[in-house]
Design a protein around this ligand. Structure first.
Ligand code: SF4
Ligand code: SF4
Length: 386
């Protein structure tokens, strides 16, 4: 790409808020792997400033922006409160609108996420190819279900968001979540297909219009006032940001109803079956969008601690490399980032790992880690005889 004119439109105060201290660098997975300044938060902000002052960008700029995992570990580490996540989202939306940044095949892939019928058919085709051993093993896909029974509602106390890929590949996780919620005394309701995708990956890709369309559609699938529980950290983070994304009073009210399911469960722990005498040691991998965006990682520890001995990893919540579509777009970097997470898991010497985000879970499984959703573990343990 030659130099092209672009107006990013980042708030000038946000751009100026970075004091270039570099305290975020050790918390940035892409910097840790590449050791390149331009692959760090500080370096990316310097490139954004340059683009805003000259009005020009080139392919190098696009590559460094695209290779950000959007984990937002830099935001948590930053003493100056730089809102890196929203700066990156603004940058990507400007690139998508003003350049050929997002190719047709990427746009098509994101579009499919919002079409549950196409997603189901495509998933079944993959499941058949997988059973015929016609899928390359380097894709490291989990065992994709051929057919799935529908989820059966049990009441109207809470909604459970089901999502796109998670629902077609990991519906058993929703079933386990439902059983734990029911054991806590609440009936569970499921949305219709209008809530087929929260739009998180679209925001990350800079597809703002599509993300806003999906957000409005998702909101329409949850009438009433009941809490909306989410068992996918990435989706929950996005739905909590609908107020910011749509900037309407309805969207703000909707976001206030959204809770990560562990946030709801911590207030209903006494209703759950009694704990066990010999709890297994389980390491907790904090999904970035639970720790850095929702700041709701502690409830996972509390819920799991009723039945297990939770072990906190020693890497201060460093990203695992999954990053939504990132592990598919940048498999080598994603695997190199994952290696650091696996080293931390190995040091913890645990029986199993818990991860509350489907993307992280599948990415770690592909790296050979024994990992399940925390509520699948809780569902198993709470039903064991004491
Ligand atoms: S969001 Fe994550 S990958 Fe991107 S610059 Fe910040 S720490 Fe690095
Ligand atoms: S983003 Fe924050 S932590 Fe990183 S260099 Fe800028 S001010 Fe320092």
């Amino acid at each position: 790409m030659k130099k092209v004119a672009v107006k990013l439109g980042i708030d000038s105060e946000d751009l100026a808020s970075c004091v270039s201290c570099g305290l975020c660098l050790p918390h940035c997975p892409t910097y840790r792997v590449t050791q390149e300044e331009s692959a760090s938060p500080r370096g990316r902000i310097a490139l954004m400033r340059q683009a805003e002052s000259t009005g020009l960008i080139d392919q190098t700029f696009v590559d460094f922006m695209d290779a950000c995992i959007q984990c937002r570990g830099c935001e948590t580490a930053c003493p100056a409160g730089v809102p890196f996540g929203s700066m990156m989202e603004t940058t990507r939306e400007a690139l998508t609108q003003q350049t050929s940044y997002q190719s047709w095949w990427r746009r098509w892939g994101y579009r499919v996420l919002g079409c549950p019928n196409i997603l189901t058919i495509g998933s079944r085709a993959l499941a058949v190819l997988q059973r015929l051993k016609l899928l390359p093993s380097k894709l490291a896909l989990p065992k994709i279900p051929l057919m799935q029974a529908p989820l059966v509602p049990s009441g109207e106390d809470v909604w459970l968001f089901t999502g796109c890929v998670m629902d077609v590949w990991m519906r058993d996780t929703h079933r386990a979540t439902q059983r734990v919620i029911e054991a806590a005394g609440a009936g569970v309701r499921f949305p219709d297909k209008k809530a087929a995708c929260c739009g998180a990956l679209h925001v990350h890709a800079g597809l703002g219009e599509e993300a806003r369309r999906l957000a409005r559609r998702t909101m329409s699938a949850f009438p009433g006032d009941a809490p909306i529980l989410v068992d996918s950290a990435g989706c929950g983070a996005q739905m909590k940001e609908y107020g910011h994304l749509l900037n309407t009073s309805d969207a703000h009210k909707f976001s206030q109803r959204v809770l990560d399911v562990h946030e709801w469960l911590v207030n209903h722990l006494d209703e759950l079956p009694a704990a066990h005498a010999n709890p297994p040691r389980i390491a907790i991998q904090d999904p970035c969008h639970l720790r850095h965006v929702q700041q709701a990682h502690d409830p996972v520890r509390v819920v799991l601690a009723r039945y297990a001995d939770p072990v906190i990893l020693d890497d201060e919540g460093l990203c695992c490399g999954a990053g939504g579509a990132y592990s598919a777009l940048y498999p080598d970097t994603a695997a190199a980032v994952r290696e650091r997470k696996i080293e931390s898991i190995n040091r913890a010497q645990v029986h199993e790992v818990a991860s509350a985000n489907p993307g992280c879970l599948l990415h770690l499984q592909a790296g050979g880690v024994r990992v399940r959703h925390p509520l699948e573990i809780v569902d198993d343990l709470m039903r064991k005889d004491i």
